[in-house]
Design a protein around this ligand. Structure first.
Ligand SMILES: Nc1ncnc2c1ncn2[C@@H]1O[C@H](COP(=O)(O)OP(=O)(O)O)[C@@H](O)[C@H]1O
Ligand SMILES: [Mg+2]
Length: 498
């Protein structure tokens, strides 16, 4: 058998957009085929068609050589096609065993049977899971494992994983990849949907690139470089090599001394952290999410109470001062959630003047002409793509919202920038632009605290790197001398040898 799935000339139109434009895609037995493309390229649409959620306007689908009409997920499942959803669709207030029992309608839950089924899957694919655990206790990685087990229990031969790593930590990604490799060895065929080049290279046998609804190429992973692939995906050359010029650091801008901060549950989340950042320096904090980074950032920006220790900005003690006071010192903040960083229902212009709207008011009346002028200037300078200044921000793409927040936060007087996951969820092109803007600010002498889970980003941008683990720094290293392996170990709680 040549192919298990063949999609030919698939076209799907939505009002105003051709999501898939005569796309060909095929899947071989025992292969991992990556479907790569930027946000909006049409990946999910194509897979929804294969899974029976959408009907194509044109095109044909063949499964194991026979033409099929897939009208629903039920049809898909009968053909052995299963989809692992991006966000787990498990029943959280039931146990793992009970979740699996739901798949066997009409049968009484026989725990022994389910237990032996899971044991077999665990051994065959390396999918360990405690059947008695309540699902709400599971991590995202474990919930996803449950979704994989569900698919296998239903007899899936063809698995669709749509951006499966979005919810995972780096080590969970590695164990997912191990499971996928085992599945492949057992003869399963896997479509791995992603917009991340590294992931695709790590796991795929073949790669199909989609751009704006069109298939650009299908290539064996071994026959293409990362740069070539990025160019196919983005449609223009991408360098990946950011120019980080040497700069002479200036005065000390931020000093954090033995800081202790509680989390929402009242437990100590930051346990005595000290560091300082000078003008023109990027200080990176690496670590898996949930190790105190959020509490640290919120304490520095005046959003969370400091229990003990001090925060000093430009020589002023700002410990437990209000955010408004801290902003006045020239502190900009990019929060990790763009829905917090911008008011989605307000217009582009309103969002751009949120931080200093008093500058635009005369006797309590807003000077709209002045506001519009500023907005238009910033849109041009920061390359924000928007139909006009009056559309609500929710209509912009993620990359453009990110640029808008950066524009608002740093276009005025900015001495210190706190950037929390500034490129999270952005595509390659938008990520590159945001990183360039950060280096531009560094060149201008802004001190930057960069908190990111993306190790590559931290290594690329930082001058010094701290690794945060369970509320403390495992170490602070010079980025020129830092080794990825060493930082990876510290992220897992291993202290470096010195
Ligand atoms: N249900 C839908 N209704 C209208 N437009 C849609 C729908 N689903 C996707 N689109 C549009 O189709 C295009 C491709 O989207 P999608 O397949 O989700 O891309 P990807 O998964 O590659 O990010 C986008 O422009 C998106 O806005
Ligand atoms: Mg998608």
């Amino acid at each position: 058998m040549e192919t298990v799935v063949e999609m030919k000339g698939i076209t799907k139109r939505f009002p105003g957009v051709v999501a898939n434009d005569h796309v060909d895609f095929d899947l071989k037995p025992g292969e991992i085929h990556a479907l790569l493309g930027e946000n909006g390229a049409g990946k999910t649409t194509l897979m929804n068609i294969l899974y029976g959620l959408y009907r194509p306007d044109e095109g044909k689908i063949f499964v194991r050589g026979e033409e099929v009409k897939i009208r629903s997920p039920k049809d898909a499942m009968e053909l052995g096609i299963a989809r692992v959803p991006q966000f787990p669709e498990t029943v959280d207030n039931l146990s793992v065993a009970e979740n699996l029992a739901l798949l066997l309608p009409g049968k009484i839950l026989r725990k022994n049977k389910i237990q032996s089924m899971i044991k077999e899957l665990a051994e065959r694919y390396g999918l360990e899971l405690d059947v008695d655990a309540m699902v709400y206790e599971l991590s995202m990685g474990e919930k996803q494992r449950l979704e994989l087990i569900k698919a296998l229990c239903r007899g899936a031969e063809i698995l669709i994983l749509d951006e499966p790593t979005t919810v995972l930590t780096p080590s969970e990604v590695e164990s997912l990849f191990q499971v996928l490799r085992r599945m492949k060895e057992e003869g399963k065929s896997i479509v791995f949907v992603s917009h991340k080049l590294e992931e695709v290279f790590a796991i795929a046998d073949r790669i199909t690139v989609l751009r704006r609804g069109k298939k650009i190429a299908t290539v064996p992973a071994k026959e293409i470089t990362k740069l070539e692939l990025a160019k196919l995906m983005v449609g223009r050359p991408v360098t990946f090599e950011l120019k980080k010029e040497p700069v002479v650091f200036g005065e000390e801008v931020l000093k954090v001394n033995n800081l202790r901060v509680l989390d929402d549950r009242g437990l100590l989340a930051v346990k005595g952290v000290s560091f300082s950042i000078r003008a023109g320096e990027i200080f990176g904090i690496a670590g898996v999410a949930g190790n105190g980074q959020r509490e640290l950032v919120e304490a520095i920006t005046g959003l969370r109470r400091v229990e003990d220790g001090e925060v000093v900005i430009l020589g002023k003690d700002v410990t437990n001062k209000s955010s408004a006071d801290i902003i006045k010192l020239g502190v900009a903040h990019i929060p990790d959630d763009r829905r917090v960083g911008a008011v989605l229902t307000l217009s582009v212009m309103d969002n751009l003047m949120l931080k200093n709207y008093t500058n635009f008011s005369k006797n309590g009346i807003l000077d709209l002409r002045k506001a519009r002028e500023l907005a238009e200037k910033l849109i041009e300078k920061y390359k924000i793509v928007t139909p006009n200044v009056n559309v609500p921000v929710q209509q912009l793409s993620g990359g453009n919202i990110a640029r808008l927040i950066l524009a608002r936060e740093t276009s005025g007087e900015c001495k210190l920038l706190i950037a929390f996951h500034p490129t999270f969820g952005l595509d390659v092109a938008a990520t590159e632009e945001i990183r360039k803007l950060l280096l531009e600010l560094r060149r201008k002498g802004v001190a930057i605290l960069l908190v990111s889970e993306d190790l590559e980003e931290i290594m690329q941008l930082s001058d010094r790197i701290a690794v945060m683990y369970r509320g403390t720094f495992m170490g602070i290293v010079d980025s020129e001398k830092a080794k990825v392996e060493e930082i990876g170990l510290m992220m897992g709680g291993v202290k470096p040898e010195t």
